[in-house]
Design a binder for this molecule. Structure first.
Ligand code: PLP
Length: 414
């Protein structure tokens, strides 16, 4: 798009797409291929492919060092990490979680026959609202599980105080927050345990993978048992365990990803600033800030769309962007409490969590990362600017062309 572009130039109305190559949220960073291949050669030469191998140990040690935490227990995924942490802590009954998160946070619990109880988030940060979380603590609740959403730390001090006062556990879902700090300390050492995801779309990528970090020595022992069938020796088990081990190939990718952290943060930050500079000037858009004197990974650029001020709904803007091959995402619509199976069980309540439900209608995550150049970000912003400049007219035309919208339906949640 250029300053002379007209509404009909938008691809959603029949124009040519702005991008021939699709822009994604969380396009994997593959890092230095030669370093990766060298590591993989070593793995193959050793024929030590999994079961607490050297790559996994190196990955864990580097994370401990980077985060200043005593223990890092690498797992096969973030979901598996939540599950081994929950089991190792002996959590049962119910756990309070924010609804505004990726559904894995809730499913990980439910898979263990633990009921998630959903609470609301604060509209300014998108992180858990501690008062809402406390109000949801009933007699069956044995833990609270908060999320550092978009890499912005949850209100940890208030959560630690709440957990201590109610005599329950605190787990922190740090899937988005590797490399982020809270009051000058790296995320990873708070609560009873924190859980990272190293899924391919995350800031640190081991293709699939995760880790539980903790400063509790006894808990770390339990976690190591739990992720490896409960084995205490070659032919002895101490407890029920599962298979949640990280393999050597994943750890090799994870180590390569750690090598490139500094440059990925710089690129993420540059991309975020590119968007922020252009979008902050537009009416009705709020770009979520990375505020304060903390470390952030800048992995997510999150925008709230106010339809009254822009003249266009978030969903229409989403359709506009997809038509241009900009795969913005409506994370985490519609909120876990409105996804199955939770939705059916809570069907009695019309609006349960007003802030979550509002965000569910207004949030858009924009493609970020090293693959989104300054020029690409500028062109994405130009599309948004054109759409907003003609908001009401565009909305009218899209309403009359609902079939075009339907053809843009998204496949998977990722
Ligand atoms: C907030 C949150 N929690 C948990 C998970 C689950 O992590 P994984 O995909 O590694 O199982 C994810 C990611 O995908 C996530 O975004």
């Amino acid at each position: 798009m250029t300053s002379g572009s007209r509404l009909d130039d938008l691809a959603v109305l029949g124009g040519a797409p702005e991008f021939t190559e699709v822009l994604h949220v969380g396009r994997p960073n593959v890092g230095d291929r030669r370093a990766l291949f060298e590591r993989l050669e070593q793995v193959l030469d050793r024929r030590w492919l999994t079961n607490d191998g050297p790559q996994v140990r190196e990955f864990e040690a580097r994370i401990q060092d980077l985060l200043g935490v005593r223990h890092c227990v690498a797992t096969s995924s973030g979901t598996a990490g939540i599950q081994v942490a929950v089991r190792a802590l002996g959590i049962t009954g119910e756990v309070v979680v924010p609804s505004w998160t990726f559904v894995a946070t809730a499913h990980a619990l439910r898979w263990l026959n633990i009921d998630p109880v959903f609470c609301d988030v604060a509209p300014d940060t998108h992180n858990v609202d501690v008062a809402s979380m406390e109000a949801a603590i009933g007699s069956r609740v044995s833990a609270i599980l908060a999320v550092h959403l978009w890499g912005r730390p949850a209100p940890i001090v208030a959560l630690e105080e709440l957990a201590a006062r109610r005599g329950i556990h605190l787990i922190l879902d740090a899937a988005h927050a590797f490399g982020c700090s809270y009051r000058g300390r790296m995320v990873g050492g708070f609560g009873d345990a924190e859980v990272f995801s190293f899924h391919a779309t995350k800031f640190v990528n081991s293709v699939e993978g995760g880790a539980v970090t903790t400063n509790d020595d006894a808990l770390a022992d339990e976690l190591r048992l739990a992720r490896n069938f409960g084995f205490t020796d070659y032919d002895a088990t101490g407890a029920v365990g599962t298979n949640a081990k990280m393999n050597e190939f994943s750890a090799a990718m994870g180590n390569t990803s750690l090598d490139g952290l500094t440059s990925v943060v710089a690129e993420n930050r540059r991309c975020h600033e590119d968007y922020r500079g252009a979008l902050s000037a537009l009416p009705g858009l709020r770009v979520l800030e990375y505020a304060g004197n903390e470390s952030f990974n800048f992995q997510y650029t999150v925008v709230e769309v106010d339809p009254a001020a822009t003249g266009i709904s978030r969903d229409d803007l989403y359709a506009v962007l997809w038509a241009e091959n900009v795969r913005a995402r409506r994370y985490f619509r519609p909120g876990c409490h409105r996804l199955e199976p939770y939705r059916s069980e809570l069907a009695h309540a019309a609006v349960m969590l007003p802030n979550t439900e509002h965000l569910s209608d207004t949030v858009l995550c924009l493609p970020t990362g090293p693959s989104v150049t300054t020029d690409a970000a500028r062109r994405v912003c130009a599309v948004i600017e054109l759409a907003i400049a003609h908001g009401p007219e565009l909305s009218d035309r899209l309403t009359h062309d609902a079939s075009r919208m339907a053809s843009l339906a998204v496949g998977t949640q990722r």
